[in-house]
Design a binder for this molecule. Structure first.
Ligand code: DQA
Length: 148
């Protein structure tokens, strides 16, 4: 199983650190990427880290992952709650998928309680702040270690 992991981020996450810091914290997405790269080195993972505000780009990266990657960690942001297209793309990916939310979506507005992506995700991490990304990578590393 490939040790390459895609870490995908949906809309508005480029504003992390500036956008609603009382909800999402002060760390930027560049900080998160740096932490993920450092941890990936320790876990023996290679990562491709991407963010887009465009649904089709996220879908294209999932298709790319289908050819090359062992696992996907995805924070689909608002597309979590709207995108059957991202769910369908993830359903075409065979490896483990971990869904990440920086905030605890279940403590927030009712429209954030449903996730299309959770219909596919092998695990969901919500409310651990940006630390959720490290937890997702650790889980993916374990699942890839245990894969036949
Ligand atoms: C989010 C939660 C979503 O509801 C929201 O639309 C986001 C970020 C999170 O990381 O907590 O943009 O996915």
């Amino acid at each position: 199983m490939s040790r390459l992991v895609y870490v995908l981020n949906g809309p508005n996450l480029n504003l992390l650190g500036k956008r609603q810091p009382h909800i999402y914290g002060h760390e930027t997405l560049a900080d998160v990427e740096q932490d993920c790269r450092a941890l990936a080195g320790e876990l023996g993972l290679e990562i491709r880290f991407h963010q887009s505000n465009r649904e089709y780009e996220l879908i294209d990266w999932i298709h790319e992952a289908r050819e090359a990657a062992g696992g996907i960690a995805i924070n689909p942001a608002a597309f979590t709650h709207t995108s059957v297209a991202i769910l369908d793309a993830l359903n075409a990916f065979e490896g483990p998928v971990i869904e990440i939310h920086i905030s605890n979506v279940h403590k927030r507005e009712a429209f954030r309680h449903h996730s299309f992506v959770s219909h596919r995700a092998d695990g969901v991490i919500a409310g651990f702040g940006t630390q959720g990304y490290s937890l997702a990578l650790r889980r993916l590393a374990r699942l890839l270690d245990d894969a036949p």
